[in-house]
Design a protein around this ligand. Structure first.
Ligand code: PLP
Length: 401
């Protein structure tokens, strides 16, 4: 069988009709398929490859760690140099209250850990999330997914979960002394990129303070410079009680984390002891890659440049907006949501992007809204090249049925 045949025959696949690109190499903002065709990456594997693919500093750090040790023991037993150095680095970038880092493997695991920590620390069971939110696919995270269609087949899920409307100020009154935590992104991604209304994050923080509820910020997709600040909550004058990270954290390696004040985090260590455990969490190679990834982002001032690069892309889309090829653009730093004017052309547009050698993706709850979220290290020249390809794909879509 060819590898393509093996892919369809032996892999459990989450959907029919995957892109099924046969990638043999990736470097910087380019991916190359078996036939030698290049694709410019305008989606970063959904905000993972913020430092691009195989960044030399990340590769060097991985090699160094490979030569020392791989897995040696379950998380939290041994002192791993990359783990402790990464924790120190993350804490140095955060407000002083967020000083204890629990490493896991993925975003959904970090969300699970954060929810357990909130329940354990507050002694409450209520969890509040927002409609149209996505926080992961395991059963706890699925319970706080704000889209009934995606979860109804898996009920019963967690009890005592309720949903508020994002940006609805009066809904915040539904947060009570029964609520252990509120989980939210600052900008809702899978809803098609919905930024918070002015003052919404501040009022949410205030209501959590009034009710003794922990505020969990999910920065899995919007963190690591994507929105123009290193962590997305920074511009809103708030500090979360628990911060959830993954995706770009590992700079291409699997890694997640939830971060909380030490006195809160400690409640996972007693009643019961081992309140949250993981075998592979904080893998030394992933942590080594993460340290290098953070250095690349900070050294190149890439978070600061995200706004400017995002604006450039937005400007390049204005003609398509005027011509009616797209009907709306939303943007937060270097994350954009573009609404296709003709929803029926969705599949034709995606195929046309691949034909033209450009990678984008759609938002989970808004299939006719497309995500542009290139690696933050993308250069002006590469933006011109990528957007040139994208605009050609868009123009050719309008002539096809
Ligand atoms: N939270 C957000 C905002 C996400 O976008 C995702 C994944 O797309 C997750 C959590 C879950 O992360 P993972 O796929 O690593 O479990």
């Amino acid at each position: 069988m060819t590898e393509r045949e093996l892919f369809y025959r032996y892999l459990g696949l989450p959907a029919f009709g995957p892109m099924a690109l046969d990638i043999v190499k990736a470097e910087g903002v380019y991916l190359y398929d078996r036939g030698g065709k290049d694709y410019i990456d305008l989606v970063s594997g959904i905000s993972v490859s913020n430092v691009g693919h195989r960044h030399p500093q990340v590769i060097e750090a991985i090699h160094k760690q490979l030569d020392a040790y791989l897995y040696v023991n379950v998380y939290g037993e041994f002192i791993h140099s990359p783990q402790v150095k990464l924790a120190e680095k993350l804490v140095s970038l955060l407000p002083s209250s967020l000083d204890s880092v629990y490493f896991v493997n993925s975003g959904t695991e970090a969300i699970e850990g954060a929810m357990k920590l909130a329940k354990r620390f507050t002694g409450r069971s209520g969890i509040i999330a927002f409609k149209n939110a996505y926080h992961g696919s395991t059963q706890g995270s699925l319970s706080i997914l704000g889209n009934e269609k995606m979860k109804q087949a898996f009920r019963p899920l967690l009890p005592d979960v309720s949903f508020l409307e994002f940006n609805n100020f009066s809904d915040l009154e539904k947060i009570t002394r029964h609520t252990a935590c509120v989980v939210t992104e600052t900008t809702q991604s899978e809803a098609g990129l919905i930024p918070p209304a002015d003052g919404f994050m501040f009022q949410l923080r205030k209501r959590c303070n009034e009710t003794g509820t922990l505020l969990v910020i999910d920065d899995v997709q919007m963190g690591f410079g994507r929105t123009g600040s290193f962590f997305s909550f920074e511009p809103y004058g708030i500090v979360p009680d628990i911060l959830v990270l993954a995706k770009a954290l590992g700079a291409g390696m699997p890694l997640g984390a939830f971060i909380a004040p030490k006195n809160i985090m400690e409640s996972l260590a007693f009643n019961p002891e081992l309140g949250h455990i993981t075998t592979f969490g904080g893998h030394p190679v992933s942590c080594a890659a993460a340290i290098a990834g953070i250095d690349v982002l900070l050294g190149g001032q890439h978070p600061q440049a995200a706004e400017e690069k995002g604006k450039l892309i937005e400007g390049m889309l204005s003609e398509a907006l005027q011509k009616g090829l797209i009907s709306g653009i939303r943007r937060k730093g270097l994350a954009l949501g573009i609404d296709l004017a003709d929803v029926s052309k969705r599949k034709v547009f995606l195929d046309s992007c691949l034909d033209h050698g450009v990678l984008i993706d759609y938002y989970l709850f808004k299939p006719a809204t497309f995500r542009i979220a290139p690696p933050l290290v993308i250069s002006g020249k590469e933006i011109n090249e990528g957007m040139g390809r994208l605009l050609k794909a868009m123009a050719s879509t309008s002539t096809k049925t």
